[in-house]
Write a protein that binds this ligand. Structure first.
Ligand SMILES: Cc1cc2nc3c(=O)[nH]c(=O)nc-3n(C[C@H](O)[C@H](O)[C@H](O)COP(=O)(O)O)c2cc1C
Length: 132
């Protein structure tokens, strides 16, 4: 199993319809490509975790990275992990307030994940909270 984590910045504050359309495309394509994961967003950042076969994840990330709705796309981590962490989610998503803690949002979504994946995602979220 291969996973990729990145962070990016929305080009502008996205309306809820725009976010719904991103999630609809993500759910549809990810289901077909056997990709699962999570997407958390506040008004200033996206944090997304994608997992699946290496080819499909990289292909999907290349498409996402060329999407004009966000920029400053920064790959935080990619590589192999032991098993799928979010088997039930084509793309679980959570929208939080800009002032809310990303770490808290992540902790709610990673309850069933392996310890090392939890630690990794919480570290990214914590760093982002500190930088905010
Ligand atoms: C923050 C963000 C996350 C996205 N996540 C996914 C994703 O997980 N899977 C996906 O296929 N597309 C995702 N997209 C949408 C893609 O950039 C692209 O618009 C979409 O894959 C095109 O699919 P379509 O040709 O079926 O419309 C995301 C876009 C943004 C801005």
């Amino acid at each position: 199993m291969y996973r990729l984590v990145y962070m990016s910045t929305p080009k502008r504050c996205l309306r809820s319809e725009e976010l719904s359309s991103i999630l609809a495309a993500a759910t549809r394509n990810n289901h077909r490509n056997e990709i699962t994961g999570i997407l958390i967003q506040d008004r200033k950042r996206f944090l997304q975790y994608l997992e699946g076969s290496e080819n499909k994840v990289e292909e999907t990330f290349a498409r996402i990275a060329s999407d004009s709705r966000h920029h400053a796309i920064f790959r935080l981590k990619s590589g192999l992990i032991d098993r799928r962490q979010f088997p039930g989610w084509s793309m679980a998503s959570k929208t939080i307030e800009q002032c809310a803690s990303l770490k808290n949002a992540v902790s709610e979504l990673v309850k069933c994940c392996d310890h090392d994946v939890v630690a990794e995602l919480l570290n990214f979220a914590e760093a982002r909270d500190r930088a905010a």
